[in-house]
Design a protein around this ligand. Sequence first.
Ligand code: THU
Length: 138
Amino acid sequence: MSSSNIPWQQLRTSALHATTLSYAPYSHVTVGAAAITESGAIVTGSNIENASYGLTLCAECSLVSDLARQGGGRLLAISVVAGDGLPLAPCGRCRQVLFEHGGKSLIVDDGSDHPVRTIGDLLPDAFGPADLDTRSNS
Ligand code: THU
């Protein structure tokens, strides 16, 4: 799979379906995410809220759990939508979580015909795994 032949419609349809699996009794904002890996696997996630509001799991976190459970790999492109089917910008925490598993070149759907926006655009100068190697005191 390469960045030039991303199945955006499939990702958007899968993300919208994932919104139907959300647990969002507090905000009533259902969120679904779907991504494709470099090896062509599709992984999905839904937001899971909590009565202790701050413990809510975003759809992107749920997706990263699915990624691990499917054997891991690198994320190439991701679509995140709300229940209305329109793109939803990943929150700050999720930008960091996604950076870990796709790096700065991970393409984030903006709803256009040919999305080019990346996690590197959304989270410039991100702290990542390489920094742990170079900034450790030991
Ligand atoms: N939410 C996500 O699932 N992903 C984001 O990137 C932004 C917000 C969810 C969390 C919460 O369940 C609801 O949207 C409202 O904040």
